[in-house]
Design a protein around this ligand. Structure first.
Ligand SMILES: C[S@@+](CC[C@H](N)C(=O)[O-])C[C@H]1O[C@@H](n2cnc3c(N)ncnc32)[C@H](O)[C@@H]1O
Length: 335
């Protein structure tokens, strides 16, 4: 495993590296999200309209490696370059790579993706950016850099979130109903100021960067705590973050309600609740460089096999529906 640390890294206000402790908390949330969302990530990987199995993959804003490891398992001949500004996240990713015996297939690069010049990423055939683009101050420039790096048949896959994940039913706790919704509303202004691109429609951004959107997908996710034992710990970590961020913003009644839910020794602890459901919507865009002659030839060859091609226009809708039963939206109306 090759490691480059640090490369063109500079402190920035947008990523979590502004506060080292925040990195540790985010790492915990990322690992829990990876556990809960593993099937969905695998389904997105299966859905991606790649022309052939990618061998050179770049994971932008890789975090602790949710995407990196899923991609390595899906594509056994691939190597992944995991890029992130957080030294701590990359260290955790390398630890896991060593444990899983995958370190010879991973290179890590500590890079601030808001920097004007990136290190050489080679000619990747897949660039994966999951929940990372909205952290950037200038994602438009980052997308142009990705376009320049991609090969003719290369694919960029951008995954983004609709907002913070929700776990509680609206009448939880019994005292002040709508607690989680109020917490999210209270934190929204500062989150929007720090990450103005959060919740964007990425299709126009991809087009403006000189890429063509090949496919998009919206996954409405609802996972019950009885289906996945990581939902409780994930809810605990997420609400711990809300409690910390909302300390100065939330009314005393809500802070007290949060404290009770977060007290793992209390019978009212969030870990004792059987009514937790993770609700979130994840959006996915797959984009590539516009057709070149070479790509046209490949497309002509592909047309001959269209009946068997799972990514032909006709098959695409069926594929989208197939992704864990999630429904496909026109993104204009949902982003
Ligand atoms: C929400 S996490 C997503 C991590 C991972 N892709 C996943 O799906 O679990 C966002 C990641 O982007 C990284 N990040 C934020 N700003 C960045 C920047 N300017 N340059 C590089 N990485 C950045 C963070 O350190 C973090 O690991």
């Amino acid at each position: 495993m090759r490691t480059t640390t640090p490369h063109q890294h500079s402190p920035h206000a947008h990523g979590p590296t502004a506060h080292p402790h925040a990195d540790a908390i985010q790492a915990q949330v990322l690992d829990l999200d990876a556990k809960v969302m593993a099937d969905h990530v695998d389904a997105v990987i299966e859905w991606m309209p790649v022309h052939s199995a990618p061998t050179r993959i770049v994971d932008l804003g890789a975090g602790t490696g949710a995407g990196t490891f899923a991609l390595l398992h899906a594509f056994p001949d691939a190597v992944v370059t995991a890029v992130d500004s957080s030294a701590e996240h990359l260290e955790l990713l390398r630890d896991r790579a060593r444990r899983d015996g995958l370190d010879d297939r991973i290179r890590t690069l500590q890079v601030d993706l808001d920097a004007a010049d990136w290190p050489d990423l080679g000619r990747p055939d897949l660039v994966w950016a999951s929940a990372s683009m909205h952290h950037l101050a200038d994602p438009d420039r980052a997308l142009r850099t990705v376009r320049d790096a991609l090969g003719d048949k290369g694919l960029l896959v951008v995954l983004e979130l609709s907002g913070l994940p929700r776990f509680l039913s609206p009448d939880t706790p019994e005292g002040p109903p709508g607690l989680e919704k109020r917490c999210h509303a209270a934190l929204e202004p500062s989150a929007s100021a720090r990450m103005p691109h959060r919740g964007s429609d990425w299709a126009p951004k991809l087009t403006a960067a000189g890429l063509e959107v090949a496919a998009h997908l919206a996954l409405d996710i609802a996972i019950d705590s009885t289906e996945n034992e990581a939902i409780g710990p994930y809810a605990l970590a997420a609400l711990t973050g809300l409690r910390r961020a909302g300390a100065e913003l939330l009314p005393a009644e809500d802070l007290a309600a949060l404290d009770e839910l977060l007290d793992t020794t209390s019978p009212h602890s969030i870990l004792s609740r059987s009514d937790l459901t993770l609700r979130t919507t994840r959006f996915v865009w797959a984009a590539r460089r516009p057709d070149t002659d070479e790509a046209d030839e490949a497309d002509e060859a592909d047309e001959a096999d269209e009946a068997d091609d799972p990514f032909s226009p006709a098959a695409e809708a069926a594929n989208c529906e197939r992704v864990l039963g999630s429904r496909r939206h026109g993104l204009d109306s949902t982003v």
